[in-house]
Design a protein around this ligand. Sequence first.
Ligand SMILES: Nc1nc2c(ncn2[C@@H]2O[C@H](COP(=O)(O)OP(=O)(O)O)[C@@H](O)[C@H]2O)c(=O)[nH]1
Ligand SMILES: [Mg+2]
Length: 353
Amino acid sequence: MQIALIGWQSSGKSTLFSAVSGSAPAHGEEAHPGVALVPDQTLDRLFDLFPRTKKVNARVDYLDVVGLAPGQKRSGIKRALVNHLQGATVLAPVIGVFQHGPRDACELVEDARRQLDDLEIEMLLSDLATAEPRLAKIEAQKQRGQEIDEFERQALRRCIEWLDEERPLRTLALTGEEEKAIRGHGLLTRKPLLVTINHGEDQDGATIRARAREQLAAEQRRVIVLNAALEAEIAALDEEDRELFVTEMGIETPAADKLIRAGFDLLGLIRFFTIGDDEVRAWPIAEGADAVAAAGTIHSDLARGFIRAEVVHADDLIRLGSLSACREQGLLRLEGKTYRVADGDLLYIRFAV
Ligand SMILES: Nc1nc2c(ncn2[C@@H]2O[C@H](COP(=O)(O)OP(=O)(O)O)[C@@H](O)[C@H]2O)c(=O)[nH]1
Ligand SMILES: [Mg+2]
């Protein structure tokens, strides 16, 4: 999963990027990658129970990019930047309202909506700039009698029509074939949105959060509200100080957790665990995936030679303390290829190649 932080200049993207990834932000470059480990208490407990050389958390990739200049309205996003964004799984617009000072929460949310709408227009224009030349090329090929992908042609036409009405592609229902035909184009308004509103120390975060969730959340569009500067300060503390500070300030969860959780949710991801000879590991996988798909996430050989999976829920294992205790209670089961993996399952894949 790659989350790209986008937005207007000075909205707090780089500040948030440092807070969630712990690395230095983009400096003069178009886009700058960073990595964060998915915090996972269940994994920590499994690791205590089964000490191995390594504990491997699931990871999330972040991308910090240059901001759009406020003066550039209705010109679309620069191609060089679009190319970076096309590979992202989730776009996270960072909307800054911290600069407005202690104003009424309703006004701030209204301002955030305007900024978000303007940003969406830039993304729409960028998608048109991707889709229109592609369609023109296909039409030309068709005219010359060359073979073309009719699904792609159809999908692009529908997308362009939709975009012309200033609607994001997230809300367009495409058929499976159409979807597949345009997937490679990485159209921006088709990607799920994780809207992050960055408020200031002197603003009423709780009210902004309640109102923003009510007014700005939509299908494929989640809203989180935080104070990026404060989150960056917290992230820079060592673990002990951090816990103390977080409790004192009454912050629910650190920003990194919020972003990751919302991202997993948006993408319909769950995680499963494996315990090997040398590592205890968490793996992200699509909700609804079966045991073979899980095996394939670990290694393609495991999917090819899949025989059975031994499955126990990590919570049961932690509660009972050993695999033999789980087996005695019938909680360690043998499952076949079509078993639907549940969030928090621990899998032992039996395979032969
Ligand atoms: N007071 C306050 N300042 C912030 C906050 N987030 C960012 N800033 C400041 O705003 C400026 C721009 O932030 P930056 O993260 O570089 O914005 P970017 O252009 O979106 O990457 C910097 O001086 C930050 O310190 C915030 O939540 N509160
Ligand atoms: Mg920046």
